[in-house]
Ligand binder design. Structure first.
Ligand code: ADP
Length: 851
């Protein structure tokens, strides 16, 4: 049943409407409301199919109610028929249509119009309800479909989003990958490190372009090469072993190694990282600078320590070479020590392929140039040539491709130069090598200076010890050697006071004389060695005929041979006919002393057989040398004593029971004199067979011979009576016994004598006595010494010959005596033969001068 809601404030109208509907529309139910408000509520609740709404109502009119009903979702679909009072009320109808009214009826209500109108409304409502119902179904369907679609959409969207995200992720990952690959590539290409990959066979599979330092060639050209094609074998072996270790153990390891690159030792610190099963990535870094710094520290430390560990300066310089050799090429190295006093260099240690000289003058040398300029010289061959052209130095020794000399300073003084050079490569040294050497040179200077001081101390200590040893040795030897002859002298002279036959006295005096001479020879030897050792001996070269000098020696030795009762020995001087007239400039007196010393030994230690001596020329050496030999068939000398016997006070047999006398000085004097002359001595000897002593002496060929030495010495016979009895000799001597001896000697010869006890008296006597023919002047005297007295006497009478007699033995004293005006010189103890020879010579000279 359909429902119609009638809203009118007038009950009558409502009754009318209800009656009409009941009558004409029996299947419709009527609901009524007397106010708009009530009507709206009923409409909302009951949902009528049509609403009949009176326009004119109190409180809320029909327009307002229609408006509200049409606005309300619950009621807007219900058709509304507005019932107006006036039939053709256009205004009301327009207004009603505007606010949503569906139809109009006017009062009084026309029944047929009313029924027709309400039916239309009902049909509309029905159609609308149907529509609405369909709509709802449709909407529900749409909603359902929409929901389904939305669901699907959502799923799709999720899928799309997921895909998008995945895609984005992929893109991001790709970008990241690209980025990181790019980064890696940039890193690989721009790394300063050496980076390459090697496989198990040692083949290079990848190389960073910056790895040229290690590989010397363009890296890309090396891909595919084997380690052994690139590195020296030892290094390649080491590398391959290392790569395989990394791969076998699948572990990263470190490897430090060094290579010689462009002649420069280069250190690397590397790490091998297994990349695949078959390749390792090797990253290395040049750590030469760090290594060098470390090495320099080590070298400085070692050089400083070497002062203690090295035994001498040669060894120290050798250690320095070894140390420097760890960073630079020291194949040709030396340290030359400079002596500013002599402007010369000494080479305690030289390691050079070509040059072997040991000491040389600094003038015109490269090292000398370094000393003078006080600066490092680093010069290639061409630069050296230019400096030579500029006159800075000359080429001495072998030329090098590059020469590096660094001055060694000590207290601002150049004490030497450290030199390294290369004969093969101009590029053997770099500027950095120069810097390093300059840096280390300070420590080298300190070490050398310390070692030199230490050596000086050791030398001084040695000298002190040696002189101490010599003192003991001297005392023990002298005790024996001096006491023995003194024993005879004192013993026999005591005997002479007793009653003896003339023959016995002569015998005893002879023994006393022999012992005295022996004593004198020892004293002379001691003087000689002392004078040589103090460096007082001077070389005096003269032009001589060598054969004549050797003949003199032969004569002296023959006398000696007789004295020693060894006439059975053949004593020979052997000179080849070619050399018989050889004229040389030589210090003949030292040569005589040397040969006599050696010959005396030969005589002493030979009892049978022969003794020969002679010489030969050695023209093959730079300096012309004379080589002398003295050969005997004596007892010989064991090999282990060959050096030893040249030391002072040293003898083969130094026991208390030794069979031969001697102070152990002869050979040391000979050796020292030979060395002084610039030669050397050595020997060959077999025990029981004999000895040959050799020695060399440099000589110069004489231009002419001023005076040929006498080949034979003819001493005047002692008892010769000359026409000299009238000659007056003044003996100036403070020592009474010496005076007595001289007086006796002179008078025995027939001279008349006068005595002055000191120089002053001698001058006075000379003033008073014009007939004095010769003065024998002692030097060391009280009041006025011999020098002074000689000068005074020579002033009075320049032609009066004066012979000085002195106990002084130094070379310099002779000069002093001759300078004072003495004509001759004779040393005490006086050898009478010699004295008479000199007196005779002077008196004759004097006669000629007077004439
Ligand atoms: P000495 O005064 O003892 O002879 P030297 O210095 O002359 O001193 O000689 C040293 C030592 O050398 C001698 O004591 C002797 O042992 C040995 N000697 C020297 N010359 C010879 C020689 N011709 N034959 C054997 N031994 C010799």
């Amino acid at each position: 049943m359909r429902t119609i809601l009638a809203i009118d404030d007038k009950e009558n109208n409502l009754i009318t409407i209800t009656g009409l509907i009941d009558c004409y529309m029996p299947d419709c139910k009527v609901l009524t409301a007397t106010s708009a408000e009530e009507g709206i509520s009923i409409a909302q609740i009951e949902q009528p199919d049509t609403i009949l709404l009176d326009v004119i109502m109190p409180e809320m009119d029909g327009f307002e109610a229609c408006k509200r009903l049409k606005k309300d979702d619950l009621t807007k679909h219900i058709p509304i028929v507005l019932i107006t009072a006036v039939k053709i009320d256009v205004e009301s109808r327009t207004k009603g249509l505007n606010i949503g009214a569906d139809a109009f009826l006017s009062k009084p209500i026309d029944t047929s119009e009313f029924v027709a109108q309400v039916n239309v409304m009902l049909r509309i409502k029905e159609a609308e309800d149907k529509l609405r119902a369909e709509n709802i179904v449709l909407e529900e369907l749409i909603e359902k479909r929409t929901a389904e679609i939305s669901k699907k959409n959502l799923k799709l969207q999720i899928e799309i989003t997921e895909r998008k995200i995945a895609k984005q992720k992929r893109a991001k990952a790709e970008r990241a990958l690209n980025e990181s690959e790019k980064n890696l590539r940039t890193l690989f290409n721009s790394m300063t490190d050496i980076v390459f990959e090697v496989n198990y066979d040692g083949r290079l599979v990848n190389i960073a372009p910056t790895s040229t330092k290690l590989l010397f060639k363009e890296p890309e050209k090396l891909i595919g090469n084997k380690l052994h094609d690139i590195f020296p074998k030892a290094e390649a072996d080491k590398f391959l072993k290392f790569c395989r270790k990394c791969l076998d153990k699948n572990k990263a390891y470190n490897l430090d190694y060094s290579l010689l690159i462009n002649n420069q030792k280069t250190w690397f610190e590397g790490r091998g990282i297994p990349k695949t099963q078959n390749t390792i990535l090797f990253i290395a870094r040049d750590i030469s600078e760090r290594k060098k710094a470390e090495q320099i520290q080590k070298i400085l430390h070692n050089i400083s320590n070497a002062v203690i560990s090295s035994i001498n300066i040669e060894k120290l310089i050798y250690i320095i070479k070894e140390e420097l050799g760890t960073i630079i090429d020291t194949q040709n190295y030396y340290i030359t020590l400079y002596d500013d006093e002599t402007n010369s260099f000494a080479l305690p240690f030289l390691a050079d392929e070509k040059d072997r000289s040991q000491s040389y003058s600094a003038t015109n040398t490269m090292a000398g140039y370094v000393v003078n300029s006080r600066k490092t010289l680093f010069a290639t061959e061409n630069q050296q040539k230019k400096l030579v052209e500029q006159g800075k130095f000359k080429f001495i020794g072998s030329r090098s491709k590059v020469w590096l000399g660094i001055p060694l300073f000590m207290n601002d003084k150049v004490i030497g130069v450290v030199v390294v050079q290369s004969y093969t490569s101009e590029k053997a040294y770099t500027k950095s090598d120069v810097e390093i050497l300059e840096f280390i040179s300070g420590q080298i200077s300190i070490s050398i200076d310390r070692k030199q001081r230490e050596q000086d101390l050791i030398f001084a200590l040695k000298k002190a010890t040696e002189s101490d040893r010599l003192k003991s040795s001297f005392l023990s030897t002298m005790s024996h050697e001096l006491r023995t002859p003194l024993n005879s002298i004192i013993g026999f002279s005591e005997f002479i006071t007793e009653e003896l036959t003339v023959a016995e006295i002569i015998e005893f005096v002879k023994t006393i004389n022999d012992s005295g001479r022996h004593l004198l020879s020892i004293v002379e030897d001691i003087f000689d060695i002392t004078i040589i050792e103090t460096g007082e001996v001077k070389i005096l070269k003269q032009d001589v005929q060598l054969q004549s000098v050797l003949n003199d020696i032969l004569q002296i030795m023959k006398i000696e041979q007789q004295k020693m009762k060894k006439s059975n020995l053949d004593l020979e001087l052997l000179i080849s006919p070619n050399e018989k007239n050889l004229l040389v400039k030589i210090d003949s007196s030292k040569l005589k002393q040397i040969i006599i010393n050696i010959l005396k030994n030969a005589l002493k230690f030979t009892s049978e057989g022969h003794i020969q001596f002679g010489f030969s020329l050695m023209p093959d050496v730079n300096k012309p040398m004379l080589k002398f030999y003295i050969k005997d068939t004596g007892i010989g000398i064991p090999l282990e004593k060959h050096d030893f016997i040249f030391n002072v006070f040293r003898q083969v047999d130094d026991s208390d029971t030794r069979a031969f006398g001697g102070a152990g000085l002869g050979l040391s004097i000979a050796k020292k004199l030979i060395e002084l002359l610039g030669g050397e001595i050595w020997l060959e000897s077999d025990v029981g067979i004999g000895s040959v002593f050799y020695f060399t002496v440099p000589y110069e060929v004489a231009e002419f011979v001023k005076h040929t030495e006498k080949s034979e010495i003819n001493y005047p016979p002692i008892n010769k009576t000359n026409k000299i009895a009238e000659k007056n000799i003044l003996i100036v001597e403070d020592d009474t016994s010496s005076y007595k001896f001289l007086k006796l000697l002179m008078e025995k010869f027939g001279y008349k004598t006068l005595w002055a006890e000191n120089g002053k008296l001698a001058v006075e006597i000379c003033k008073k006595n014009q007939d004095i023919d010769l003065v024998l002047m002692d030097i060391n005297m009280p009041i006025m010494d011999g020098f002074e007295a000689t000068k005074e006497i020579k002033k009075l009478n320049p032609n009066l010959p004066i012979i000085a007699q002195t106990a002084y033995a130094m070379d310099g004293d002779k000069d002093k005596i001759l300078k004072a005006g003495c004509d001759e010189y004779i040393s005490k103890p006086i050898r009478r033969e010699l004295l008479f020879e000199k007196i005779e010579k002077l008196l004759k000279l004097n006669e000629v001068a007077v004439l």
